[in-house]
Write a protein that binds this ligand. Structure first.
Ligand SMILES: [Zn+2]
Ligand SMILES: [Zn+2]
Ligand SMILES: [Zn+2]
Ligand SMILES: [Zn+2]
Length: 372
């Protein structure tokens, strides 16, 4: 928690600074450095209305030092990984070839795969009980997965794009499943298949200096518990800003849990500019709180004023977060190097190295050859 440098830590700025620097303040929901003309529809959002409008002091308080702010960047990467089929369980599989459960939940193989049912399977090896509805549902579930041909995949992706529910940058493939009773197909909790991915969350200062990491499912409850844990012993060191792909969902989760959560006082959660522009029209919370560089003077810490050769003042972003965002590969590389070092050490300690005799036998060289 003791790190600080000029790329992640800036002297606190105020609205009066922007004005003194000649900034022409823009409309609500405009993003500095990006040409956008936001269309602001009315959105009825009970969660957004629990938060007051963001407040920013106009000028530095008299007789006090200015203070400083830090920006942290959080990032989640999906890592393919097999785990117990029970949705709430994170343990590894007992059998990675065709198993579905961890050691603790092995006996669930004898229970109906529709978790809310709880009755025994109809015969050994079956995945559901004898309820005909469940048998049919499982059949269509299995067919959707095994018959997912390439054109089939393309069709699903196209349909998702047409409906506009691909709210992340790349196409997401979610297989469409029949509803079970009143429950939409993708909300049916079942154990038909081993669980498959988790998310590696990393958090760094804007300069790229690592703060912490954790694995999580993509549920915000876990992201919140990660940042709670990281700053548990240093609440005073919480960053003024956290930039995160899905900051608005995280913020929504925090407000819904506890509208007086200390995070709401200490930190502003911001998304990236493209997310912001895309989310403006439909998400009031994102619009009001998550703008990464508003031109209206509401987050002077995130905005710099630059004067071009014609003498015109432009607002631009104050933090460059690219280093932090691109650091992931470096982390993995460093991790692998450390691990390699550890393995090498073990090889030496236990005398497991390959000997000259080994090489002579393996490659058929005579003694005294270049192998030594
Ligand atoms: Zn730094
Ligand atoms: Zn389990
Ligand atoms: Zn059942
Ligand atoms: Zn958003």
């Amino acid at each position: 928690m003791s790190h600080g440098c000029t790329e992640c830590t800036h002297i606190k700025r105020f609205r009066s600074d922007l004005i003194a620097e000649g900034a022409i303040l823009g409309e609500d929901a405009e993003v500095a450095g990006i040409v956008n003309e936001p269309v602001l529809s009315d959105i009825d959002d009970p969660v957004a209305s629990q938060l007051e409008t963001p407040q920013q002091q106009d000028s530095p308080p008299d007789g006090f030092p200015r203070g400083y702010i830090c920006l942290a960047v959080m990032d989640g990467k999906n890592i393919p990984h097999q785990k117990c089929a029970l949705h709430i369980c994170e343990r590894p599989l007992v059998n990675y070839r065709n198993g579905r459960f961890c050691e603790v939940h092995l006996d669930l193989a004898e229970k109906c795969g529709i978790v809310s049912c709880g009755r025994p399977v109809r015969e050994v090896g079956a995945l559901t009980c004898d309820n005909q509805t469940y048998i049919e549902w499982y059949k269509q579930y299995r067919n959707r997965f095994t018959r997912l041909s390439f054109p089939g995949v393309q069709r699903v992706i196209r349909r998702q794009q047409e409906r506009g529910d691909a709210n992340s940058s790349g196409p997401i493939l979610r297989v469409e499943l029949n509803p079970l009773g009143d429950l939409p197909g993708n909300e049916v909790v079942h154990t038909f298949k081993a669980g498959s991915t988790y998310c590696l969350q990393t958090i760094q200062w804007a300069c790229g200096h690592p703060i912490g990491w954790a694995r999580s499912e993509v549920f915000f409850i876990q992201v919140l518990s990660i940042i709670n844990r990281i700053w548990a012993d240093h609440p005073e060191a919480k960053p003024g800003f956290i930039a995160y792909d899905d900051a608005c969902s995280l913020l929504r989760h925090i407000v819904t849990q506890d509208s007086r959560d200390p995070w709401l006082q200490s930190t502003k959660f911001v998304v990236d500019a493209w997310h912001y522009i895309g989310h403006l029209a439909t998400d009031a919370l994102c619009r009001l709180w998550c703008n990464p560089q508003p031109t209206n003077g509401s987050k002077p810490d995130l905005v710099r004023v630059e004067v071009d050769i014609n003498g015109t003042a432009h607002q631009t972003r104050a933090f460059n977060t690219e280093t932090a965002e691109h650091n992931y590969d470096l982390f993995i590389h460093a991790l692998m190097m450390l691990y390699a070092e550890r393995v090498e050490k073990r090889v030496q300690e236990k005398n497991l190295g390959l000997t000259d005799e080994f090489w002579a036998e393996a490659l058929g060289h005579d003694e005294g050859s270049e192998i030594q």
